[in-house]
Design a protein around this ligand. Structure first.
Ligand SMILES: O=C(O)[C@@H](CO)OP(=O)(O)O
Length: 228
């Protein structure tokens, strides 16, 4: 079976160099073109999919739709989950990354962005960035609502969805397409390829680019893309 992962096409805040996380930023025209090209690449390879997954965020949803349109697969079942959302960037969301580095030092910003288990400054429950105040997240159990996640915490909420839903499709012989985010996909790839806590920090995923994995029904990885 094929499992194809794609990070969303370039977003407006990728372009503006802002911490994004759970802020629902749209893709740019360049991001749209990346996604169209990504879909065409899969089509040229003759790949097809039975089911697709994405997050609750429009940059990933729109990217998925552009892929599916190129593949003439807009009809297949699409499942959305907050568990595939980008890592919640806490109180850093909306800040410019370069300005934050000037204020707190490049070292501190690097730790916030690329350490494995250091979480960013947290948002409190009165913040508009707190998912508990956002309608679409009303079904997340209160004790699971993120307030600022490290990569480790992101892994902890992505993997239950892999276990409960996505992996079952592969066991059933289905080809699966997932459109998600830099850090939710790093979480999944770390697990699939058994990458160490240190090494995963060097993995930076390109936007709008399909990553093709071949997996057998026992979930053994047969082939994986060159990532480093
Ligand atoms: O801002 C974000 O949400 C992410 C992805 O763009 O950034 P980072 O590269 O710091 O993980």
């Amino acid at each position: 079976m094929k499992l194809v992962l794609t990070r969303h096409g370039e977003s407006q805040w990728n372009l503006e160099n802002k911490f994004t996380g759970w802020v629902d930023v749209d893709i740019t025209e360049k991001g749209r073109q990346e996604a169209i090209k990504g879909g065409q690449t899969l089509k040229k390879l003759g790949l097809t999919f039975d089911v697709a997954y994405t997050s609750y965020q429009k940059r990933a949803i729109k990217t998925l739709n552009l892929f599916l349109e190129e593949l003439d697969l807009l009809w297949i079942p699409v499942y959305k989950s907050w568990r595939l959302n980008e890592r919640h960037y806490g109180a850093l969301q909306g800040l410019n990354k370069a300005e934050t580095a000037e204020k707190y030092g490049a070292e501190q910003v690097h730790i916030w962005r690329r350490s494995f288990d250091v979480a960013p400054p947290q948002v409190d429950k009165t913040s508009e960035m707190y998912p508990g105040n956002i309608d679409r997240y009303k079904d997340i159990p209160v004790d699971e609502i993120p307030t600022g996640e490290s990569l480790k915490l992101t892994i902890d909420r992505v993997l239950p969805y892999w276990e409960s839903d996505i992996s079952k499709q592969i066991k059933d012989g289905k080809n699966v397409l997932i459109s998600a985010h830099g850090n939710s996909l790093r979480a999944l790839i770390k697990y699939l390829l058994n990458i160490s806590d240190e090494k995963i920090l060097d993995l930076n995923l390109p936007t709008g680019t399909p990553l093709i994995f071949e997996i057998d029904e026992n979930l053994n990885i047969i082939s994986a893309p060159e990532l480093f």
